[in-house]
Design a binder for this molecule. Structure first.
Ligand SMILES: Cc1cc2nc3c(=O)[nH]c(=O)nc-3n(C[C@H](O)[C@H](O)[C@H](O)COP(=O)(O)O)c2cc1C
Length: 354
């Protein structure tokens, strides 16, 4: 399983770029070693490491790793996976030559972009003001189960299979911090051109829920009557839906926001652009639902606002540029949901074409 090469193999690259932290070893001119954990990004044979210390507090040249690199550019970097199941152990060790890329020189801006792409925490840190350490990879050694996924895929599948639509909630408050994490998960959804064509309205006050339920209920009543449902059934369904809104501790209205999308001269492409945005709202919704479940919360999806977007927006005092598309209810399930969950077997859903 051991391999040595001048560039990373596909196996080593796959393992290496998924690691969030590595250990950087430097040495001074006399060979005295120094090792520290670092965040890093990798592209085309080069590793990039930011210096995130505030320049005023610690000038970069005062940092031991920087002084060592200036005295002796030979460095080693190891990224590893430890697990109690030793079949999962693995590491990639890289040797190379390091240098400092100053903030006003070529390649610095691209390196900052790469690092921010990997670590969202860098988005709000002024790493662009400091030099970046780059390491040209000279050779790499590796060992262990590089190709084994961290959890064998079970973690994500457990969450995906465990999540279920909940329609009745306990009267138990949801901490703001949990709601924020759910929204955080939603904003990391994929979106067309990365434009994030969604906005999220969070509703917790009873009066707001009531206004929303009233606004959506009117239209639904008219629709149900149009469908020829008996007055009794209409009232029962309306009451059920209303209670769902009022009883859920938190509501999140997912709104489509088209203002930042591309504009095309032809209808076809414009329609597809909108479709992509709607697909992306679905992705944000799924992120939110999975995050909620993973946080010990439960959630449900209500399509009602889609049928009365204007009324729903007005009831919540939202800008007309926000188009309500789906309402997520959030809270703690009042018992297991009665609906049986089943899925079609995979072979009824997949068409393989070689
Ligand atoms: C676009 C969309 C709209 C939905 N609208 C509603 C709804 O209005 N009311 C409701 O009770 N469930 C709604 N659901 C939830 C589905 O009924 C539910 O996902 C499905 O029955 C499968 O159950 P599960 O989510 O527990 O796996 C909606 C789901 C999607 C994806």
């Amino acid at each position: 399983m051991k391999s040595r090469s001048t560039v990373l193999t596909a196996e080593q690259t796959t393992f290496f770029i998924r690691q969030r932290v590595a250990r950087l070893a430097t040495a001074d001119a006399r060979g005295t070693p120094h090792a520290i954990p670092v965040c890093f990004a990798y592209a085309s044979g080069t590793i990039f490491i930011a210096l995130d210390e505030k320049p005023k507090n610690v000038p970069p040249e005062r940092l031991k790793r920087v002084r060592n690199i200036l005295e002796n550019p030979n460095v080693a970097l190891v990224a590893d996976r430890y697990a109690e199941d030793w079949r999962l152990l693995a590491f990639v060790m890289i040797r190379g030559r390091a240098r400092l890329v100053e903030s006003d020189t070529a390649g610095h801006a691209a390196a900052v972009k790469l690092l921010r792409g990997k670590y969202h925490q860098y988005e709000t840190m002024r790493i662009e003001d400091n030099p970046i350490i780059t390491i040209e990879v000279e050779n790499a050694a590796s060992w262990g189960a590089l190709d084994t996924p961290e959890s064998g895929g079970t973690f994500v599948l457990e969450t995906i299979r465990g999540r279920r639509s909940v329609r009745r909630y306990l009267p138990k408050a949801v901490p703001d911090s949990a709601v924020e994490l759910v929204l955080e998960a939603a904003r990391w959804a994929p979106s067309p051109h990365g434009r994030q064509p969604w906005r999220f309205a969070v509703i917790t006050k009873k009066e707001s829920k009531q206004r929303l339920a009233d606004a959506m209920g009117e239209e639904w009543r008219a629709n149900l009557q149009m469908d020829g449902q008996s007055a009794e059934i209409v009232e029962k369904r309306l009451e059920g839906s209303r209670n769902r809104l009022l009883d859920a501790p938190v509501l999140i209205m997912l709104c489509l926001y088209l203002e930042d999308l591309d504009v095309y001269p032809d209808e076809d492409r414009q329609r597809n652009e909108t479709t992509m945005a709607v697909q992306s709202v679905g992705a944000a919704a799924q992120n939110a639902l999975l995050a909620a479940y993973d946080l010990g919360l439960d959630a449900g999806w209500m399509c009602a606002p889609l049928f009365v977007p204007q009324k729903a927006a007005e009831a919540l005092g939202l800008s007309p540029k926000l188009v309500p598309h789906a309402l997520l209810t959030l809270g703690y399930a009042d018992g297991d949901p009665p609906k049986r969950r089943s899925r079609r077997p995979l072979d009824g859903l997949v068409i393989y074409r070689d």
